[in-house]
Design a protein around this ligand. Structure first.
Ligand code: UDP
Length: 485
């Protein structure tokens, strides 16, 4: 066997097949390519097809000769829906079908120690708890990449303690009751701020979700490390709590900003292309629309890639935004309203008029570019972790309307801890939406802008040369390199 080849670090990366995790894992892959690692990025066939359809990703990564994509089946038929509300079905199918396929690839197939380029480290999404078993079976170090927020992850890790002390499952309906045994969050964490699957009535499959999460956190200590998409200046106090369970943490975020910073350090590599990893076609016409709007005058509204809202909620948002009198850019993902079909027939004429005057609607936006546009003054968001970090990096204050998983914790932190916006959780009312938009964009504008600007500066410093995330990425690169010797 070629000695040189066996010494070369080769990372196998396996994201959860959903937009947010695929996006951030691809950015991490590019960071590892910049460190001259061999990287094999394993996507499900479904995700790879969508990336190929809507981005120039294959030609973009062809600039890295040591990078390649591999695909694997998720076990579902081509026409099965893969939306987040079918997550459990997809996850169970992956456990049954994908896990054995990946094990075989790494144990005796194209990525094994007998292959030309053996894998020396596996980086898998934190929820893919079976990945650690693959690593153990074939004797390869595994690092989990947690794509949810560390503040929510810490609440996951505290569920056994909450259960022991009788604070979970909740008794009674008082969602405002404070929780006392999540260290670092005493005094402000309420029942309603815990991840969505902690509420029995929230989702039909919440019990299975909870079991998956508990299984996930039990597996963490078996991994060699845990990569987190955050920066020490944002969540340092929680990182020290998390490190009591997983001692080897790498906080290297915000990853999207980190990639841009590293690319800009190397003018030769400065991308002439977009860094989009979108699973929908980006409608860039909104950028020209934004160019024509005054500075900080527009509220951007998006609920990300998974959230589905009801027709009633859609009308509340519509009235709230139009009544606020503010300009708005609204992302209406094709399948984001339950019951499907366009709402045209039901929207009152004066609202359509209001939209024409002050609004722009697209099916999918180039969100990072949108948030960095000077016309954006606020973000009405579901507080998915990527969206939250992208907003923090650009210094854009938020109104949080969390839907599920980590988003309930995130919106509490946005409002109560980082003070970069308002938490609208558990309501969807046109009067409140109108009031909060005005509060964010007018009445308390200065206060929110100041704290958002401060956090943005810290985020950028952390990924700059010598910053905390920069140094943590260097350590990660060194560690992975040392494991291949
Ligand atoms: N996004 C985008 N265009 C849109 C809406 C979202 O590019 O119109 C991207 C956004 O920048 C983020 C990701 O999709 O990186 C959504 O991830 P997040 O964790 O915020 O939420 P999720 O979709 O997982 O609920």
């Amino acid at each position: 066997m070629d000695h040189q080849k066996t010494l070369s670090p080769h990372v196998l990366m396996f994201p959860l097949p959903l937009q947010g995790p695929v996006n951030s894992m691809l950015k991490l892959a590019e960071l590892l390519c910049l460190a001259d690692f061999h990287v094999t990025f394993l996507n499900t066939n479904h995700i790879q097809n969508r990336l190929s359809r809507y981005t120039d990703i294959e030609s973009r990564f062809s600039g890295y000769p040591k990078f390649r994509f591999e695909t694997v089946s998720d076990g579902l038929s081509d026409d099965s829906p893969r939306s987040a509300d079918r997550f459990i079905e997809m996850f169970l199918s992956m456990e049954a079908v994908t896990f054995p396929l990946v094990t075989e690839m790494v144990a005796s197939g194209p990525l094994s120690c007998n292959s030309e380029r053996p894998v020396t480290c596996i980086i898998a999404d934190g929820i893919l708890s079976f990945a650690v078993d693959v690593g153990i079976e074939v004797g390869i170090p595994i690092i989990y990449f947690e794509t949810i927020s560390p503040c929510a992850l810490w609440t996951y890790l505290c569920i056994p303690k909450l259960t022991e002390t009788g604070q979970f499952p909740f008794k009674g309906d008082d969602l405002d009751a404070k929780l006392t045994c999540v260290p670092g969050m005493e005094g402000f964490l309420r029942q309603r701020d815990l991840p969505s699957f902690c509420r029995a009535s929230e989702l039909i499959d919440s019990t299975i979700q909870l079991q998956l999460v508990l299984k996930q956190v039990q597996k963490f200590p078996k991994a060699q490390g845990l990569i987190l998409n955050t920066f020490e200046e944002l969540e340092g106090h929680l990182l020290s709590h998390i490190s009591t369970v997983c001692p080897n943490l790498y906080a290297i975020g915000p990853i999207h900003a980190h990639l841009k910073a590293r690319l800009s350090l190397s003018p030769k590599l400065k991308p002439k292309h977009s860094l989009s990893n979108s699973l929908w076609e980006e409608d860039k016409s909104c950028m020209a629309w934004l160019d024509a709007q005054p500075k900080k005058s527009v509220i951007y509204f998006s609920v990300g890639s998974n959230t589905v809202i009801t027709r009633d909620q859609l009308m509340e948002f519509w009235h709230g935004l139009v009544n606020s009198g503010k300009r708005f850019l609204w992302v209406r993902r094709p399948e984001s309203v339950s019951g499907g079909e366009s709402m045209k027939g039901q929207i009152p004429a004066e609202l359509l008029e209001g939209t024409k005057e002050r609004g722009c609607i697209v099916g999918w936006a180039p969100q990072e570019e949108v948030l960095g546009h000077p016309a954006i003054g606020g973000f009405l968001t579901h507080n998915g972790w990527n969206s939250t970090l992208e907003s923090i990096t650009e210094g854009v204050p938020m109104i949080g309307w969390p839907h599920f998983v980590d988003q309930q914790v995130n919106s509490r932190f946005v409002g109560e801890v980082w003070k970069v916006g308002l938490d609208m959780k558990d309501t969807c009312d046109r009067v409140i939406i109108e009031k909060m938009v005005r509060e964010l964009m007018d009445e308390r504008k200065g206060e929110f802008e100041e704290s958002a600007k401060h956090l943005s500066k810290l985020a950028r410093e952390s990924v700059g040369e010598g910053g905390s995330s920069y140094c943590n990425l260097e350590r990660l690169i060194e560690d992975i390199g040392s494991w291949s010797l």
